[in-house]
Design a protein around this ligand. Structure first.
Ligand code: SF4
Length: 273
C-alpha cells in the first residue's frame, strides 16, 4: 500500500498550537489526521451537515497507521484527530486508537465529539485517558435549551453539565466551543453565561475566541428555513448572510467583544482547522 505523502507539507513546528499548549500544560509537537469524513448528525447550523448530508466516509485504518508512523518520524508528540465527529464509527475509533497507542505508547491525543456521545461512552472515558487522550473538544453551543433545540443538538442543558463533569472526572480536559452570539440568546442570557462556567468548573478552560463566536449563516444553511432566522434583518453576501440581532445592544456587545487579529496568527474556533 502506498504511504501517504507528507514531504510537501510544512514542518509540524510551523503550525501554532497555543491553546492546545495551554490545555496540555506543556508544549508538544502536534500532528493531525482523520479517521473519517462527514458526520451522521444533522445540526442545523453545521457546514459539515450541509456538505455531507448525514453521510460518513470511512478512511483506511492501515493508511491511518502508516500516516501516524510518518508523523512520528516528523517529530509528532501529540495527535489531533481532525474528524468532525470522532465517534462517527465508534467501535472503529476505539480499535484504531488502541492500535496507535500500542505502537506509540507516549503519544497523547485530542478529538472532537458530541455531548450525547460523551454520555454514551461515559464508562470508557478513564480508559481513553489511560491511552493518552488528554483533551476532548465538544460543541456545547450555548447553555440554553431553546438554542440547543433550534440547532437540533438532541441534548439539553442538564446533559451539557453531566458531560462536562464526566470528562473532567476522567482526568481529560473538556475544551468547549460555543455559538455565543445567536438569535436565541438575549443580553441577560449572555450576562448569565459566566454562572454556567463557574458551575461547571470551566472558568479557566474556555478559549477566549469563544467569547466572540457568532452564528454563521452560509448559503444553503438549513437554518435559512428557520422561522426565527427568517424574521431577522439580513444582508446578502456572495457566500453567506450577515444577520442583525433584534436587540441592538446584543450586536453592540458582539462588536465590542471582537478582538483584532494579530499579525502572523489566525483565529480558530476549535482545535481542528
Ligand atoms: S455533530 Fe458536529 S460535525 Fe456533526 S452535524 Fe453536528 S456540529 Fe456538525
Amino acid at each position: 500500500m502506498a504511504r501517504p505523502r507528507r514531504d510537501a507539507a510544512p514542518a509540524l513546528s510551523k503550525y501554532p498550537q497555543l491553546w492546545l499548549t495551554k490545555l496540555l500544560e506543556e508544549e508538544r509537537l502536534v500532528g493531525g489526521l482523520e479517521l473519517t469524513r462527514g458526520c451522521h448528525h444533522k445540526c442545523t447550523y453545521c457546514s459539515v451537515f450541509s456538505a455531507y448530508e448525514g453521510k460518513v466516509v470511512l478512511g483506511d485504518v492501515r493508511q491511518v497507521l502508516n500516516d501516524v508512523d510518518i508523523l512520528i518520524d516528523m517529530g509528532m508528540e501529540h495527535l489531533t484527530f481532525i474528524d468532525a465527529e470522532f465517534f462517527n464509527a465508534k467501535r472503529r475509533s476505539f480499535e484504531t486508537l488502541t492500535l496507535i497507542h500500542k505502537r506509540h505508547p507516549s503519544l497523547t491525543y485530542d478529538f472532537t465529539t458530541r455531548v450525547d456521545h460523551i454520555l454514551e461512552v461515559r464508562d470508557e472515558l478513564r480508559g481513553l485517558y489511560n491511552q493518552g487522550v488528554r483533551v476532548i473538544t465538544s460543541a456545547l453551543e450555548f447553555p440554553k435549551n431553546e438554542v440547543l433545540k433550534q440547532v437540533r443538538k438532541e441534548v439539553n442543558v442538564s446533559d451539557l453539565k453531566t458531560a462536562v463533569r464526566l470528562v473532567q472526572n476522567s482526568g481529560i480536559v473538556l475544551n468547549p466551543t460555543f455559538i455565543m452570539f445567536n438569535p436565541w440568546v438575549g443580553l441577560e442570557d449572555i450576562s448569565n453565561f459566566n454562572e454556567f462556567l463557574v458551575e461547571t468548573n470551566m472558568e479557566n478552560s474556555v478559549d477566549p475566541i469563544q467569547y466572540e463566536t457568532r452564528l454563521h449563516l452560509y448559503k444553503g444553511s438549513p437554518l435559512l428555513e428557520n422561522q426565527t432566522i427568517r424574521a431577522l434583518k439580513m444582508e446578502e453576501h456572495e457566500f453567506y448572510y450577515d444577520w442583525t440581532h433584534p436587540d441592538e445592544r446584543v450586536d453592540e456587545l458582539f462588536l465590542a467583544s471582537v478582538t483584532p487579529v494579530k499579525e502572523g496568527t489566525f483565529k480558530r474556533c476549535c482545535l481542528k482547522c
